[in-house]
Design a protein around this ligand. Structure first.
Ligand SMILES: [Zn+2]
Length: 59
């Protein structure tokens, strides 16, 4: 089992996509959206996802 490198969602085998970076590390994405965000916007993924979760819990 792997987690989406962007949002942290658990990926089931056979779903999502794998991207191998120039440095040889593989990253996993649950969806195209996550892939695009990660590769184009280069946001700090885990941080961003955690902040989002915090807001959800508060409400
Ligand atoms: Zn994701």
């Amino acid at each position: 089992m792997v987690d989406c490198s962007y949002c942290g969602t658990e990926l089931k085998p056979g779903t999502g996509s794998i991207f191998v970076k120039k440095d040889g590390n593989a990253v996993f994405f649950c969806s195209r959206k996550c892939r695009t965000n990660m590769l184009k916007l280069k946001r700090s993924p885990r941080k961003w996802a955690k902040e989002k979760e915090k807001h959800k819990k508060k409400k």
